[in-house]
Design a protein around this ligand. Structure first.
Ligand code: GDP
Ligand code: MG
Length: 319
């Protein structure tokens, strides 16, 4: 392990982050995601036991990279509700930069029934406490006979649920989806791409690798390293098909101050070794291969002075 030299490929882009998709079955989550991805990329990753949620697709644009995370299905029936599933959904929501709720709730009247909970009853308390923007995609509006009901419905839903934005869409007819995606992107902070090159090979594993390293960083440094720190995978050299299978990973831990860099490195490099060893063990399990992990620590001073970075921390800055 070594400290960072220059990593020229690590450049922040305008909007980057993860989006947790929440919703009961059949509201159109898959249809929407397929539509967003335009079938270009539909990752079905071999889901390692170590990860809680599944990466479903990555939208890569010039100034934005959006990682959509599927959360375990939430069932509307309390009885059937699996506590673990709810816990997982909550965890995904807390780790996401934007939460996207998908609903097909379209009463054919202007009144919002008092019992309306969008099927999210066990999550509503948490949704209202989240620091990150929660956006509602109101799907299947093509089925709404009287389109004049849409505006009062959106107003009523806004009042009751405190969504940051509500987008009426038809995932099936590709109506309103572009506006929704632009709205999601606008809510994502600037940051380092979660994937640092255009190649989609191993993209899921790369992402999961960065998550594993970040988790170890947070575990071992406790409160000393803020959540604003980032982990970027600089290189992911997959040699699993060779005679001596191994994966060589180079990752950068980005912090904002020299003092934090000192903490991450630790006395005589003890901390970075601990983080690296723990991460490597988990990576070896996930990748089913020997892993060589090279961890770099970088200081990027302006990283958290950035208003979009503050937004990531839950502070909303008016500009
Ligand atoms: P998921 O369980 O939330 O992933 O829902 P799916 O994407 O599998 O969709 C469930 C059903 O709703 C399918 O039959 C879709 O064709 C249908 N559906 C999805 N989006 C729309 C829409 O915008 N309008 C209409 N009318 N049907 C839709
Ligand atoms: Mg589905």
């Amino acid at each position: 392990m070594q400290e960072a030299g220059k990593t020229s490929e690590l450049k922040p882009i305008k909007h980057v982050g993860t989006v947790a998709i929440i919703g009961v079955p059949n509201v159109g989550k898959s249809t929407l995601l397929n539509n967003i991805m335009e079938m270009k990329l539909s990752i079905t990753c071999k889901k390692p036991q170590t990860t809680r949620n599944q990466v479903r697709g990555i939208l890569d644009q010039k100034d934005a990279q959006v990682v959509f995370i599927d959360t375990p299905g939430i069932h509307s029936s309390d009885k059937k509700l699996n506590r673990i599933m709810v816990q997982n959904a909550i965890m995904a929501m807390e780790e996401a930069d934007v939460v996207l709720v998908v609903s097909d709730f379209l009463p054919q009247t202007a009144e919002l029934p008092p019992t309306c909970d969008l099927g999210l009853k066990p999550l509503l308390g948490h949704l209202s406490k989240l620091q990150v923007p929660v956006i509602l995609a109101l799907n299947k509006v093509d089925k709404l006979e009287d389109k004049r009901l849409l505006l009062p419905l959106i107003t009523a839903l806004t009042e009751r649920f405190h969504f940051k934005d509500i987008y009426p869409i038809s995932a099936l007819k590709n109506d309103g989806v572009t506006a929704l995606v632009q709205g999601i992107i606008a809510n994502l902070p600037a940051g380092y791409p979660l994937f640092s090159d255009g190649s989609y090979t191993n993209i899921t594993e790369r992402f999961l690798a960065s998550e594993i390293i970040r988790e170890k960083l947070m575990n071992y440094t406790q409160q000393e390293i803020p959540y604003s720190s980032a982990v970027a995978i600089d290189a992911f050299d997959d040699k699993r098909s060779e005679s001596k299978p191994m994966v060589r990973i180079t990752a950068s831990i980005v912090v904002e101050r020299d003092s934090q860099k000192a903490i991450v490195i630790g006395k005589g490099g003890a901390m970075i070794r601990t983080i690296g060893t723990a991460a490597r063990h988990e990576l070896e399990e996930m990748l089913e291969s020997r892993v060589y992990l090279d961890l770099l620590v970088k200081v990027e001073e302006k990283w958290t002075q950035d208003s979009s970075m503050l937004a990531r921390l839950g502070y909303f800055v008016n500009e």
